[in-house]
Design a protein around this ligand. Structure first.
Ligand code: FE2
Ligand code: FE2
Length: 481
């Protein structure tokens, strides 16, 4: 297995593409359509500008990336797998302990293909959602981070297309083509999952999206990295290395907004975080609005885990295709035949944990793991507020809040988990979710700040630069042509 990536081919890879002419041909045929998709549905503008991007040159976790100026359409998207683990066995399910599969078992073909297509579909979707953001970045640093996330989501699409084309024959090639045809938010041919058809209209939404929705990606990729199908496992393991940066962009992005708001309040002598008018007069984003945005993105992202109780999830686990988050670190029999898991349900007019067969509760469990991961990030945001001496605490919403899928899709609840009637929800939802005037205000702040080392008024500068670059580094060279 190559750690180094071959850049001799048109498509950089460490899967010996030149030794597999059939696959090479399929990928090369798909390539022009991908470039066309990138240019028409990817970042609007900036395609001729030089962006300081990292490109994967190896899959060694310590030194896999090289930084340099690249024009985005010339980014070296490629097929990169983490090294094979010698003697790896299937870690869970009914085949536990058998050698990991190097080919797709016939009986699991359609289930496996479906999971790969759903994961693959989210990758280009987020690029489409973020397409217009280049027009209004709060700094060149942020503009560069947006484009880094975008090119890597593009590479994640390549990763899934590789699997489809190599292991799923003609069906796989058709699915690979369809991945370039669907469009986020399209009336007739939308992306497959709800949150990936929502708009990402402004930079606060982008930071919330990369914190909450890319984190769903992390959870899904981690569970697929456990897979008994070894090529899927290795592909996802490398994708996780890139994914970490996306969540860094989200967490530090929101963190910098919080910091700037708290500093600005202090400078102006405003103690009350709910004095929204005064805070907005300073051109800052008030913490209550940040809280609403967080609840919106958190609740939309929770829907991505699917119904808490699901036979599909049970089948995917039992057959060894998709494991739990950090499966190999869990201390149990990894088969779950007689285990239960507490799933929060509405029982009468209360919420209660109900012991449910663990196999069918796997989506619920993954979503709980996700919530725990989000919680840690929110805790770090609260540290910033606390340090600034502002009396406000961000929190996650109750899992019944604003849900469209699963146990709570038929009911309404407040972020604290008080059940509401449909009428009460209609009357009060503007208290909980960003309302049109909140969104208008956020939109009014979205003006590009593209001076070197400058930042928009509503966000603090980062503590350290990308690749340890100094504060006055030119992350994107605009208008070089
Ligand atoms: Fe991704
Ligand atoms: Fe991502």
């Amino acid at each position: 297995m190559n750690i180094e990536v071959s850049y001799d081919d048109l498509i950089p890879n460490n899967v010996d593409l030149s030794g597999d002419p059939k696959l090479k041909r399929a990928l090369e045929q798909w390539h022009p359509g991908y470039i066309d998709w990138w240019k028409t549905a990817g970042p609007d503008g900036y395609q001729e500008d030089e962006v300081y991007l990292r490109t994967a040159v190896s899959v060694d976790p310590k030194g896999w990336a090289k930084f340099g100026y690249v024009k985005m359409p010339e980014y070296r998207w490629g097929v990169l797998l983490s090294p094979a683990i010698e003697g790896r066995t299937i870690p869970f399910g009914e085949h536990k302990g058998e050698p990991a599969w190097q080919e797709v078992p016939g009986e699991y073909r359609s289930l496996m293909r479906r999971l790969i297509v759903i994961q693959g579909d989210t990758e280009p979707a987020s690029v489409e959602q973020q397409r217009a953001l280049g027009a209004t970045a709060p700094s060149l640093y942020d503009l560069r981070n947006l484009f880094q996330v975008n090119v890597e989501e593009g590479r994640h699409l390549w990763a899934m297309v590789y699997l489809l084309q190599k292991y799923f024959g003609r069906d796989g090639r058709e699915e690979a083509a369809a991945l370039l045809e669907r469009r986020s938010g399209h009336d007739d041919n939308p992306r497959m999952l709800g949150a990936f058809n929502e708009k990402t209209p402004d930079w606060l939404s982008f930071f919330m999206f990369t914190f909450f929705t890319d984190r769903d990606g992390k959870m899904q990729l981690d569970s697929l990295a456990q897979s008994g199908f070894d090529p899927l496992s290795r592909t996802c393991r490398f994708m996780l290395t890139e994914e970490a940066h996306h969540m860094f962009v989200g967490e530090t992005g929101v963190g910098r907004v919080i910091q700037r708001t708290c500093e600005g309040m202090k400078e102006a002598g405003i103690d009350d975080p709910y004095d929204i008018e005064a805070i907005r007069k300073l051109g800052l984003i008030d913490l209550p609005t940040l809280q609403k945005k967080a609840w919106l993105h958190y609740s939309l992202s929770m829907d991505l885990f699917g119904a808490e109780v699901s036979t599909n999830a049970a089948n995917a686990f039992n057959s060894g295709i998709k494991g739990r988050f950090q499966e190999t670190k869990i201390d149990d029999d990894h088969q779950l035949l007689n285990d239960t898991y507490p799933v929060l349900k509405k029982v009468g007019d209360k919420f209660e944990f109900v012991d449910t067969p663990a196999l069918s509760a796997l989506n619920g469990r993954l979503r709980d793991d996700y919530s725990g991961d989000c919680e840690k990030g929110v805790g770090r945001w609260n540290k910033i507020i606390e340090k600034a001496g502002v009396d406000f605490k961000l929190k996650l919403s109750h899992s019944a809040f604003n849900r469209k899928i699963g146990e709570f899709s038929e009911i309404e609840a407040t972020p604290d988990g008080d059940i509401l009637t449909a009428d009460e929800w209609e009357a009060r939802k503007d208290e909980f979710l960003p309302n049109p005037s909140d969104m208008d205000y956020i939109t009014s702040l979205m003006k590009p700040v593209y001076g070197i080392g400058e930042y928009a008024n509503w966000i603090a500068a980062p503590k350290v630069g990308i690749d340890n670059k100094p504060g006055d580094f030119e992350y994107v060279r605009l208008d070089q042509s």
